[in-house]
Design a protein around this ligand. Sequence first.
Ligand code: ATP
Length: 290
Amino acid sequence: MPKEPDGSARPDEPASQRDTATQRGAATEHASAAADADPVISLRGATASLGGRPILRGVDLAVGRGEVVALLGANGSGKSTAVRAVVGQVPLTGGELALFGTPGRRFRDWARVGYVPQRTTAASGVPATVREVVSAGRLARRRFGPPRKADRAAVRRALELVGMADRARDPVGALSGGQHQRVLIARALAGEPELLIMDEPMAGVDLASQEILAGTLREQVAAGTTVLLVLHELGPLEPLIDRAVVLRDGCVVHDGPPPKAVGQHALPGHDHVHPHAAPDAEPIRTGLLT
Ligand SMILES: Nc1ncnc2c1ncn2[C@@H]1O[C@H](COP(=O)(O)OP(=O)(O)OP(=O)(O)O)[C@@H](O)[C@H]1O
């Protein structure tokens, strides 16, 4: 059925076809309203193992459209494994994953997802320029055709957002760790994702650059991007965080408001009152991030 770009039926169609088109338009609207109501990320009872050892032990994690959720927890609690499961890099041994309402095993729309992995030095051996690495983040949108004007503009804008436009021609091997991290973030932003998943984006990034990245993220959030961040402490991102999910030993021990002054709470041995405890109940001390 021919449609105008806005999805409405063309006026030269027979009335019966127009009716069908209108009905179909309404159905599409319903479908998209239903899709909007679905969490962008839904992990339910997720279990996963690495090297034969159970790492995720029944994780429930839902991130709604436009939400900014921080995934917190001590070293080894399973944060990276959880986000790698979300992006399909770690298979679930049990439970369910859905992205944008589609079961993980059927999800193919990866252009909607930007992922910044935990920092590695692997890319520094790659003989590519900063612009080439960032352009790679645009491939899914380009569908492997040649870059168009919009693609080049998105790459340029992503480089500007992380303050690396003046380094576009430099080899990535010549960058510092923090600069490299900013390039990886630009790579994810170049795809203009609806869902941005970042694993410790501030690790190894100096304070000035952290502020730049926080500003970048603020813009993304204002534009409606859904964000899941693995963090050790909220730092300059704190004002952006809607909700915190804390893992310990592969289980969720907190899902609610971000723990206050998490920087101090992150110190080993610091206890935290569980937010779901009834007001008159004996406080449950979880030691959230330890
Ligand atoms: N490829 C692997 N093979 C076996 N075990 C692994 C592998 N990758 C991670 N692990 C183990 O899984 C556990 C969870 O690791 P994960 O990286 O998810 O934790 P994390 O919470 O992200 O930690 P950190 O804060 O240190 O990044 C750790 O005990 C780790 O040793």
